[in-house]
Every structure is written in structure tokens, then in C-alpha cells.
Design a protein around this ligand. Structure first.
Ligand code: HEM
Length: 219
């Protein structure tokens, strides 16, 4: 019998990405959005974009810590879906919010540092999305990995953009800052794990732990 070509992880990723978009369109068409529908759409697409971006960054630690290699094969899909939502987010801002009035739009972005940060993050995402395909991986060789490490810069920029668009106080954790701070904490952990001595210690710890699992012991 022919093997089913998709893994549960692959199915889960595609279901999440497309169902969120379908729900968004359904809510928009059926008038099921908040009192400020454009803001609602901006916020929801922005949150899906950052979530998918963080999930794409989770793939390497999952492989490093648990020797689970499948997520490495799913990084591209997660990254491209993050880019898809970021693009929809920016299109909603430019079209629905500003009616493609470019000079007004550019003025607005320049005047608001949080939008400048979002713009930088989006601009940096473009080359990553374009070069995410195998042909570019081959063409760029070692530089491909270097280029794609920009995602570790993009993620904190997006957290800053998120945090900045929320009212509240970071130090007293008042207002709506908790969610963006959680994303920030997760990204900080990913970055810390990449520091070579910490990574080495974690790999040796996880290797010892995995060896204790039933069926893995060589004793
Ligand atoms: C040109 C680039 C961008 C522009 C002009 C832009 C615009 C905006 C605006 C206007 C808001 C505030 C919505 C509101 O609460 O009133 C916002 C929030 C947000 N944006 Fe962006 N954005 C950009 C890039 C990005 C990128 C690249 C990402 C993620 C990959 C992103 C993720 C978010 C998130 C997570 C929020 C907060 C959502 C929430 O309040 O729950 N943005 N953006």
C-alpha cells in the first residue's frame, strides 16, 4: 500500500496556517470583526506572522535538544507562512488603512518609530522568503546560512514593534505588554541556546537524558 505522503507535523502546520486565514476572511465577510475592523485585521495577521516566525525559530532547538530532525524540514513552510501573514498585514495597513496614499503612508511610517521597526523587519524578511528555496540554497552555499541567520535579528525587531504598539508599562507588567514580552522571552531563550558553550552543555545533557529513555540504553 502507498505510504501517506504527509506527516502529522506537516498537516498541523498547513491546517493552522490556512484555517487562520479562512477564519479571518470569514469574519471579515460576515462582519464578525471588532468595532475597529481594520485594526482587528492588522492585529490578527500581525500575531499570526510573529507566531509562525517564532515556530520557525523553534525548529533548530527541537533538533538540538531532542534530536528530532523533522522540524528542520518544516522550517521553510513555517517561514514562508510567516512571510505570507506579514505581507497580508502590510497590505491591510497600506490599502485598507491608508488607501494606498503613498506619501501619507510614508509620512506616517517615518513619524512612528514602531512602524519604522516593523518596516525594517518586513524588508529583511523579503530576501529570506525569496532565498528559502533549494535552488538558492545551492547557489549561495555557505552564505545561505549566514543570510538566514538574519531571522534572529528580525524576531526581536518584531517583538519590539509588537510591544511598542501596545499600551502599558513593561517594568510593572501593566497593560497589554505581557503577550509581546512572552514572545520576547521565548526568542531570548532561542538566542541564549545558540551561544556555543551553552549549546554544548545542553546537547551533552540531552544526549545523557535521551540515553536513559527505554530502548535507548546501550547497557
Ligand atoms: C511595513 C511594515 C509594517 C507595518 C506598516 C505594520 C503596521 C502595524 C500596525 C499599524 C500595527 C498596529 C495595529 C493596532 O493595534 O492599531 C501593527 C501591529 C503589529 N504588527 Fe505590524 N507592521 C509591519 C510589519 C510587521 C511584521 C513584519 C510583523 C511580523 C512578522 C508584524 C507584526 C505585528 C504584530 C504582532 C502586531 C501587534 C498585534 C496586536 O496588537 O495584537 N508587523 N503593525
Amino acid at each position: 500500500m502507498k505510504k501517506f505522503p504527509y506527516t502529522p507535523l506537516q498537516i498541523a502546520i498547513h491546517i493552522y496556517a490556512w484555517s487562520a486565514l479562512i477564519l479571518l476572511i470569514f469574519d471579515a465577510v460576515s462582519g464578525n470583526l471588532s468595532a475597529n475592523p481594520i485594526q482587528d485585521l492588522e492585529q490578527r495577521t500581525g500575531r499570526h506572522a510573529i507566531t509562525l516566525l517564532v515556530l520557525s525559530l523553534l525548529c533548530t532547538p527541537l533538533n538540538t535538544l531532542f534530536k528530532w530532525s523533522e522540524p528542520l524540514k518544516r522550517r521553510r513552510a513555517l517561514g514562508l507562512y510567516a512571510f505570507m501573514y506579514a505581507t497580508i498585514h502590510v497590505v491591510i495597513f497600506a490599502d485598507l488603512d491608508y488607501g494606498l496614499a503613498w506619501s501619507r503612508l510614508i509620512q506616517e511610517v517615518i513619524q512612528k518609530p514602531r512602524l519604522v521597526v516593523g518596516f525594517i523587519a518586513f524588508t529583511l524578511l523579503i530576501p529570506l522568503a525569496i532565498t528559502s528555496f533549494d535552488i538558492w540554497k545551492k547557489r549561495l552555499g555557505k552564505n545561505w546560512k549566514r543570510l538566514h541567520q538574519i531571522s534572529y535579528l528580525i524576531a526581536p525587531l518584531v517583538v519590539l514593534h509588537y510591544l511598542w504598539s501596545k499600551k502599558g508599562d513593561v517594568l510593572s507588567l501593566q497593560g497589554e505588554v505581557v503577550k509581546p514580552l512572552i514572545y520576547g522571552l521565548i526568542i531570548a531563550i532561542f538566542l541564549i541556546i545558540r551561544i556555543p558553550p551553552i549549546r554544548k552543555a545542553l546537547v551533552s545533557f540531552s544526549t545523557r537524558m535521551l540515553a536513559l529513555l527505554p530502548g535507548k540504553s546501550t547497557a
